[in-house]
Design a protein around this ligand. Structure first.
Ligand SMILES: [Zn+2]
Length: 376
């Protein structure tokens, strides 16, 4: 069985929203068609309604060559629907979730799952150039080099997007302002791309979303914010909004700049990431590593930092805790191995949901208040 192609991911989403699955699932049409005029869909899974339901947002497919992210999220959707509607549990290798646990996830949370956020890029990677990473924004006029097509969508979000202004010129950041960079061109403006606008739109439309997990490969890592500098919990004024630190971010080691993450936020994200690590390990013994995004390399304009930054930049917006998973050890593992990884990451995401349900809401509320106070 091969990876799902672009059409198959969309048809799986349609089936996931049809009877009998429509008892708990609803298809969401994203408003911005891609450069090649594809329409994207997400799925909301929830049973029940009412104020106080917490939204959890799982995203996949921003990077074209990381094929398995779409397959993971479709498999997760199918497992949850099958288990819930048949009053069964879910077994993933040696890790099991009871029927009651699956029910508590669907009955308590609003799951927003957007498996294929960059269908143009996925199609190009699957049919033309396997290692393609960006979307398919047309090249600037006159640029005929094939690398001049596309934007790195996970550098196009509005969080320190204009990195030459914000980062130390010596910082080892792997972003580029060159449209012909094969991999990491940040785009002509933050949110210039229909695909990143769609990711943002789901956050804007659903202010009850407080948790965001973006799937990538590879590296066997479970990561939490921030990506621009080492986290610190003691100096609220040293943060990505403060222009006094422009030109100083992104340095490892003795770098003076560190990014503020309130201590309650930090303990919550570390505990959820650690929970995911245990769930992955329970499937077949694989050890993923929990770490801050920045430990990989300095980044700017990424999805999880953007999601996390929203409430800091605008206190009217909902507090979101952002994560990035780097699954596996290669971009396109043989499908038999990918199926094992699908089980591992499905286990991680289901256990993440149970952790969200178990997290004491007062902690999240206090953390939000603390953050607002720090930036008002
Ligand atoms: Zn990626």
């Amino acid at each position: 069985m091969p990876y799902l192609n672009v059409v198959e991911v969309e048809s799986a989403l349609a089936v996931a929203a049809n009877a009998p699955n429509n008892a708990i699932a609803q298809l969401i049409t994203l408003p911005n068609n891609t450069w090649e005029n594809r329409t994207c869909h997400a799925l909301k899974i929830a049973h029940g309604a009412g104020a106080g339901r917490v939204g959890v947002y799982f995203l996949g497919g921003l990077h074209s060559r990381e094929w398995g992210s779409c397959d993971i999220l479709i498999a997760l959707i199918e497992a949850v629907e099958n288990a819930y509607l048949n009053n069964k549990g879910i077994t993933l290798g040696s890790k099991s979730f009871t029927a009651a646990q699956v029910q508590s996830i669907v009955d308590t949370l609003d799951l927003f799952i957007f498996p294929q956020s960059n269908p143009d890029g996925r199609n190009w990677s699957m049919t033309q150039e396997a290692m393609w990473r960006k979307n398919r924004r047309p090249a600037p006029a006159g640029d005929t080099n094939t690398a001049c097509v596309g934007v790195d969508l996970n550098r196009n979000f509005d969080m320190l997007w204009n990195y030459p202004k914000y980062f130390d010129p010596k910082a080892p950041i792997q972003n580029s302002t060159d449209p012909c960079d094969h991999d990491v061109y940040i785009g002509p403006a933050a949110f210039s791309e229909p695909e990143t606008k769609n990711v943002k739109w789901l956050l804007d439309q659903n202010p009850n979303i407080h948790f965001f997990v973006d799937l990538h490969s590879y590296g066997e890592l479970l990561m939490y914010t921030w990506g621009d500098a080492v986290d610190q919990t003691t100096t609220p004024g040293m943060n990505f909004l403060n222009p006094a630190y422009d030109g100083k971010r992104g340095m490892k080691g003795s770098g003076a700049y560190k990014e503020y993450l309130p201590s309650l936020d930090k303990s919550l994200v570390v505990s959820l990431a650690t929970r995911m690590k245990a769930a992955v390990k329970a499937v077949r013994g694989t050890s993923y590593k929990v770490q801050q995004d920045f430990a990989l390399y300095p980044t700017a304009g990424t999805s999880d930092d953007y999601a996390s930054s929203r409430a800091f930049a605008n206190s009217a917006l909902a507090k979101v805790y952002g994560f990035t998973i780097e699954w596996g050890k290669e971009f396109q593992p043989p499908y038999a191995e990918m199926q094992n990884i699908m089980q591992e990451i499905s286990a991680a995401l289901l256990d993440f949901c149970l952790g969200v349900i178990a997290a004491p809401p007062p902690a999240a509320a206090t953390a939000a208040k603390e953050a607002v106070a720090a930036h008002d």
